[in-house]
Design a protein around this ligand. Sequence first.
Ligand code: FES
Length: 132
Amino acid sequence: MNKEVHTRRYFIKSAFIGLITGTAVLWGSMVGRQKTINSKKKFTIPYNPNQEVSFNDEFIVVTRDNKIQVLSSRCTHLGCKIVSESDSKLLCPCHGSSFDLEGNVLIGPALRPLEKLDFEIDRNSSILTVQL
Ligand code: FES
């Protein structure tokens, strides 16, 4: 009888420890995933307001009529990097898609516009910070 009580206590204690451990592991993985979501990359570059289009590694800065836009340089077709502009068109080198300077598709195969990226500009120092 005494051994049975010991076994039941042992089971309850083990189940409780297992529940606490499982909860801790689950919580840790959720916190790790949230950190990944919140950790956007930031890029800081000098901003030249006299340059209509400038290509950077991951983004394109477009300045028109004193309005600045930052577009992803990743083509929305299959992700090739857009690195050139001609006649106010952004040209994808891979399959021929082209986009206007607002990022809208002019010629496919791409179907979606280029992603617009969040940015901040410090006009005193002419520093542009882009979040990817
Ligand atoms: S990746 Fe740009 S057109 Fe295919």
